[in-house]
Design a protein around this ligand. Structure first.
Ligand code: ADP
Ligand code: ADP
Ligand code: MG
Length: 454
């Protein structure tokens, strides 16, 4: 039987996966909601099938519709992309039961790692440091206050099923605890269908450093180095780079080995990311594991020369990894800016609508991952990310210079975007020196730079 992959996603990542399939000579099928009929992923795939109406719950989150589409088109694998059903263990299990390969780890591994509180336990068992916190889920405010007193404020209350920076609340003092605890549980239930929360110490101004893992069906596990994703707004990444300008080779080695320990411990298969926060002193702590391809995977592809999405597909079809750890070398520096349909002068309010004119940047060492084109209508129903600009320089300075040029060339008319905001960051002295942590964006906005209202 010829290999055929259904792509259970939309937007730039669907386009990215289609390209990987085509390079491998594997047929691919796109699925789309009624809002996405004119989307690039629909045009680029070998076949496309409508799976429902605009709302994600009727289409990209609808397991029955997606499985039916895969069976109807004769697919023998499903790539879930990121977001949507990518970390849904029930979906992975149903896919496997239908004799279709799920391009990701086994559903049992997803359930172990996807629950963030359970993942902490796994990290601990693997001998990897975790942020001080509760031993598991906390269901009672009184018990939570006891734990918070032991750890010391400020603390975070985090949804065990949270993701995308949502479901995380800070508590700065005891008398706020109960209110924030109850609110976070309610929000977690509403957003993730699971009200369970856990507690972590709040590390002041850390760096977010994550390690890309690849693991094949035969137990070979390697890592592809780290990414620094500390430029975040409200715990959501905005700019990512590889390698991290913050860590030295010794710490790099320790964090890489820690990530592999966790992956081995759970019998991980396929691509995954182990996320850490690193405090000002260089202590690192596990925070969570993402059992899917990540938005920022291109920066790692660029500095290692490895196509992570092609590897994902090959691993799912039980091809062995052709790289050993010693084959992985980091070449130069890569930076990615996420370009979103949002208005930075209106508190980053989403700005869907018609793209009247589009000029994409290009040139040596510039990569554009996107699904937009001139006269494309950005629908209001989904994530506001339109494009990723990724640059490769021989060093960090050259990469930043290239990013400035790319952002200068990039024109999206008709809707608001954060292109200029990103451009200003590329000129910020602290960013340019590589001296920044997860509080960077909020300080950047507070000081008025990039805020046209202030
Ligand atoms: P990455 O971890 O790859 O950097 P993000 O955290 O930005 O990616 O999430 C990627 C996408 O997936 C975003 O659109 C985000 O909103 C969505 N997402 C991530 N986790 C979840 C989740 N648990 N539930 C719903 N959406 C999620
Ligand atoms: P998500 O599943 O939404 O990606 P994470 O647990 O990865 O959630 O946290 C998202 C971001 O929130 C991190 O990248 C970091 O900036 C911040 N964060 C998470 N945990 C802590 C912590 N204990 N202390 C300080 N910041 C944290
Ligand atoms: Mg995370």
């Amino acid at each position: 039987m010829k290999n055929k992959v259904l792509i259970a996603n939309r937007g730039e990542i669907a386009v990215r996966i289609i390209r990987a399939c085509k390079e491998l000579g594997t047929s691919c099928v796109a699925v789309y909601s009624k809002a996405d009929i004119d989307s690039l992923h629909v045009k680029f795939a070998d076949e496309a099938i409508c799976i429902g109406s605009e709302r994600s719950t009727d289409s990209y989150l609808n397991i029955n519709h997606i499985i039916s589409a895969a069976i109807a088109t004769g697919c023998n694998a499903i790539h879930p992309g990121y977001g949507f059903l990518s970390e849904n263990e029930k979906f992975a299990e149903i896919v496997e039961k239908c004799n279709i390969k799920f391009i990701g780890p086994h559903h049992k591994v997803i359930s172990q790692c996807g629950n963030k509180s359970m993942a902490r336990k796994i990290a601990k068992e693997s001998g990897v440091p975790v942020v001080e916190g509760s031993d598991g889920i906390v269901t009672d405010a009184k018990e939570g206050i006891k734990i918070a007193n032991r750890i010391g404020y400020p603390i975070l209350i985090k949804a065990a099923s949270g993701g995308g920076g949502k479901g995380i609340s800070i508590v700065r003092e005891k008398n706020e605890f109960k209110k924030v605890f109850e609110r976070t549980m309610m929000e977690a239930e509403a957003n993730f269908g699971d009200k369970s929360v856990y507690i972590e110490k709040y590390i002041e101004n850390p760096r977010h450093i994550e390690v890309q893992i690849l693991a094949d069906h035969f137990g070979h596990i390697i890592h592809l180095g780290e990414r620094d994703c500390s430029v975040q707004r409200r715990n959501q990444k905005m700019i990512e780079e590889a390698p991290s300008p913050f860590i030295n080779d010794d710490l790099r080695k320790q964090i890489g080995e820690a990530a592999i320990k966790i992956a081995k411990h759970v019998g991980y298969e396929n691509a995954g990311t182990v996320e850490f926060i690193v405090d000002q002193k260089g202590n690192f702590y596990f925070i969570e594991m993402n059992t899917r391809v990540q938005v920022e995977h291109p920066v790692t592809e660029i500095v290692t020369g490895i196509d992570i999405v092609k590897e994902q597909i090959k691993i799912a079809y039980q091809k062995p990894l052709t790289y050993k750890q010693e084959d992985i070398h980091i070449n130069g520096h890569a930076v990615e800016c996420r370009i979103n349909a949002e208005d930075p002068t209106q508190n980053f309010r989403p700005s869907p609508g018609l793209i009247k004119n589009l000029v994409l940047p290009g040139g040596n060492g510039i990569r554009l991952d996107t699904h937009i084109y001139s006269h494309y209508q950005v629908p209001p129903y989904y994530d506001s990310m339109l494009s990723k600009v990724i640059v490769h320089g021989k060093n960090r300075k050259e990469a930043i210079r290239k990013m400035r040029l790319a952002l200068e060339e990039f024109i999206i008319d008709g809707i608001k975007t954060n292109i200029e905001f990103q451009y200003l960051i590329m000129h910020n002295p602290d960013f340019v020196r590589g001296v920044y942590d997860t509080s960077f964006i909020s300080k950047f906005i507070e000081t008025g730079i990039g805020d046209n209202n202030g």
